[in-house]
Design a protein. Structure first.
Length: 367
């Protein structure tokens, strides 16, 4: 065990609790349904593009502005090039956004009490005061609760929502996003759309109308590029300029040439993208039906995962028993959701196997 000498650390870092990602196992043979990765490989065009660039460009620094990739994203989403920013996965893009937009003295950043845990970590890292806005009793984002928080005496630093929300899978309508944007037009509303391609409704169409809207997406989920680390933001030029100011004060070459080439190829292969995302959504619906048949309560999901609980069985114990059966799912200890499991959508074969194992485990515990 490494001994840490805290006297070397900045005071804020001494008490910093890092984000804990889902388990990345060191052994093979596991059914890995715990980290929301895509069960299908990337487009063959991605592999070809990476191989071609690797053969000739690794000795050179990559394009610091990722111009070809930004042009590709802009064309894909129908926005001007100056409204696109890219980074190492959406996590880095989010970090730059927290740094650029939410560090306001005596102001609170609003986000749901059950959502992506990295938001709280970034607040602690950057010294941002957070106010967690409770989800409603159905674990849905409550605009009225956000409105009440925004109208309190303490100024708000901004609003962050994940849409679809993680880990619940709830998807917001554009009207709901508009309501959040209207709460404080002087501060940024960041909509994290990491899972939007699995049936959610993107708010990119609102960017031209709302100068305080920033959309963040990733290629890790729907385009099977979790290992390549590519994320991006779309917003009006003033927001993108601020993100570039942070990036160029931190790392002027954030995306390597392999990542840029692979990401461009992933956007170019629209047919493969459509085929694999439809496959994930179809498996999600079949798995939801299978779990409901076993007595699970399954929250409606527009993501590549399901959030479920069983009224008669402890979630932590179920996760442990599944681990013994070599199936990984995600269990959160947060009080409001401690009886839920988040199950990533795998292949049809993996979903069938999971239901069969759960049927066996539930039968054992009921016996």
């Amino acid at each position: 065990m490494t001994v840490v000498n805290e006297s070397f650390m900045s005071p804020r870092i001494q008490n910093l609790q890092p984000y804990q990602p889902g388990e990345q196992p060191k052994v093979g043979g596991l059914v890995k349904l715990n980290t929301n990765e895509n069960p299908y490989p990337p487009s063959p065009q991605v592999i070809d593009a990476i191989a071609e660039v690797a053969a000739k460009s690794l000795k050179l620094y990559p394009d610091p502005e990722s111009d070809q990739l930004c042009d590709t994203i802009a064309a894909y989403h129908g926005v001007p090039r100056e409204q696109v920013f890219v980074g190492n996965g959406s996590d880095e893009v989010l970090a730059h956004a927290f740094c650029a937009f939410f560090q306001h003295d005596h102001a609170k950043l609003l986000f749901p009490d059950v959502t992506y845990n990295f938001y709280s970590v970034y607040c602690r890292l950057f010294g941002i005061e957070a106010e967690l806005v409770p989800l409603d009793t159905n674990l849905c984002i409550d605009v009225a609760a956000f409105s009440a928080a925004a109208q309190a005496n303490t100024p708000i630093a901004g609003i962050v929502v994940s849409n679809p929300n993680a880990p619940t899978g709830e998807s917001l309508s554009l009207d709901t996003v508009r309501d959040l944007l209207a709460l404080n037009p002087q501060r940024v509303v960041l909509v994290d759309e990491a899972y939007v391609d699995f049936g959610g409704q993107s708010a990119v169409s609102l960017v031209q109308q709302y100068p305080n809207l920033l959309i963040v997406q990733t290629l890790s989920k729907s385009r099977s590029l979790a290992g390549l680390r590519v994320g991006f933001a779309i917003g009006q030029p003033a927001l993108i300029s601020a993100l570039n100011r942070v990036k160029n004060s931190f790392n002027s070459f954030p995306l390597g040439c392999l990542a840029q080439a692979g990401a461009v190829a992933a956007f170019d292969d629209k047919a493969y993208f459509e085929q694999t995302r439809q496959a994930v959504m179809a498996t999600r619906e079949r798995l939801a039906q299978g779990l409901a048949g076993l007595g699970f309560e399954v929250l409606p999901s527009k993501a590549n995962f399901l959030f479920v609980r069983h009224p008669q069985h402890n979630a932590a114990q179920l996760a442990s028993r599944l681990r013994e059966a070599r199936i990984l799912v995600r269990h959160f200890r947060q009080e409001r959701v401690a009886q839920y499991l988040r199950i990533s959508i795998g292949t049809d074969q993996q979903a069938t196997y999971l239901v069969k194992v759960l049927e066996h485990l539930l039968g054992q515990q009921d016996a």
